[in-house]
Write a protein that binds this ligand. Sequence first.
Ligand SMILES: NC(=O)c1ccc[n+]([C@@H]2O[C@H](COP(=O)([O-])OP(=O)(O)OC[C@H]3O[C@@H](n4cnc5c(N)ncnc54)[C@H](O)[C@@H]3O)[C@@H](O)[C@H]2O)c1
Ligand SMILES: O=C(O)[C@H](O)COP(=O)(O)O
Length: 525
Amino acid sequence: MPKVLISDKMDPQAAKIFRERGVEVDEITGKTPDELKAIIGQYDGLAIRSSTKVTKDILEHATNLKVVGRAGIGVDNVDIPASSAKGVVVMNTPFGNSITTAEHAIALMFALARDLPEADKSTQAGKWEKNRFMGVEVTGKTLGLIGAGNIGSIVADRALGLRMKVVAYDPFLTDERAIELGVTKATLDELLARADFITLHTPLTEQTRNILSAENLAKTKKGVRIVNCARGGLIDEAALKEGLDSGHIAGAALDVFVTEPAKESPLFGTPNFISTPHLGASTTEAQVNVAIQVAEQMADFLVSGGVTNALNMPSLSAEEAPKLKPYMALAEKLGSLVGQLAHDALTGLAIEVEGAAAELNQKPITGAVLAGLMRVYSDTVNMVNAPGLAKERGLDVREVRHDREGDYHTLVRVTVDTKAGPKSVAGTLFGNASPRLTEIFGIKVEADLDGAMLYIVNEDAPGFIGRLGTTLGEAGVNIGTFHLGRRTAGGEAVLLLSVDTRVDEALLAKVQGLPGVKQVKALGF
Ligand SMILES: NC(=O)c1ccc[n+]([C@@H]2O[C@H](COP(=O)([O-])OP(=O)(O)OC[C@H]3O[C@@H](n4cnc5c(N)ncnc54)[C@H](O)[C@@H]3O)[C@@H](O)[C@H]2O)c1
Ligand SMILES: O=C(O)[C@H](O)COP(=O)(O)O
């Protein structure tokens, strides 16, 4: 039974779903990195929010880990390259808390417009300072939206409902989408010059880090009010403090900080500064949503191989997974066969599908071929890290889908580009379930690729099979299955034998010495 650790505070729905789906679950929150390192080796899955940091160091101790599930959106607390290199799938729940976070941004905008926290404090202190607090209306004002993805678009929709004008800066926002959202596309400089309120909704990347730098804050309209419910690091906090102190910036509300938890900050105590402790996603509704989603996604993956919302692997629905499973087994065996037989100086490969295979999601088939192929170089390869490794080796990977009837109802063909030209192997599924080789380097041969095998290329001549059987028999090697194919009568022939014990180097040399033998190789599947 797969075992999952929930290491951050999560709605109880998550644990309930894991258990219902046959996944054992422990909920242990608040562990230090060293404490987490000590226990992580027991788990197949790790369910987190933003507190747990999944570093390279933690991953090195995660000997059984297959999946990290983020109950939320941001995955900047997960080392994704290190996870991919380790073959660990990282998934998030990209929509579960977006409405809640957008509402928090709008709430902070209103709090700034009417100085609500300060007015509340003063009133509860018995001061009744009616003349001290003079707010601004949002109606008719311009909201500058930096980042118009999931959350940004919801904020835009709510702001338009409040009769605001919305200008958006997002390099990936198309003209059509801007029209659909009812926002005006702008450059960052235009936005800074026009906005009465600015709200940030981008991830933290090298491009967005300090997007509101001292220089850019200086380009804003005097009296601007700024909200950040996205990520700390998007705003230069020192420059923000200066802008608030000088009065150029009329107010700022931060839910997120460069360093979290933010227990101290020069911004604290600044007039017109409001803060919340990373509460953007903290509503009952959002937490139930993300807990249910993350548990369902992780259980799908651990129990049936379904992949949803993974950041380092193509998607594979829970419905598709059972159909694709035998294809992935076939693809992995073909990749492994071609890798074992033709791994020298590969420059690229083509993965072709036809018949029933051509109607399926091809990405997992490609991933499985690459996993089988790359395992020749490292035995820690799986579908998650294989594409990255193939890329590192400069392999050009091509996917071809044929809309034609072939000899088989379904076929997967893998062709590698080698120094000696293209080399191709193909296979089908028997009974839609059992992988079977159908062709090897242009020679038709039907075989199961299973366990220890022997691959022999020889001249098709009488007496060879007898001599081979005697040689193996004398060495105590029992032949399980025997598959034979040849290019032409008397021409080149291929033999694939399954053997009950792996053939050692000395015996391989003996077989190689038999008359007519061109190549011998021990294979393992
Ligand atoms: N405060 C919280 O509790 C909380 C909750 C949820 C999400 N978040 C954060 O909010 C942010 C937005 O989440 P989302 O779901 O809308 O993400 P998203 O991926 O749907 O949208 C991000 C948008 O930013 C845009 N973008 C990327 N680079 C940009 C750049 N250089 N300049 C301008 N725009 C750029 C993208 O094109 C995209 O449209 C994320 O950082 C997420 O982690 C915070
Ligand atoms: O990216 C997110 O989803 C938010 O930052 C929420 O973080 P949290 O799960 O720690 O509240």
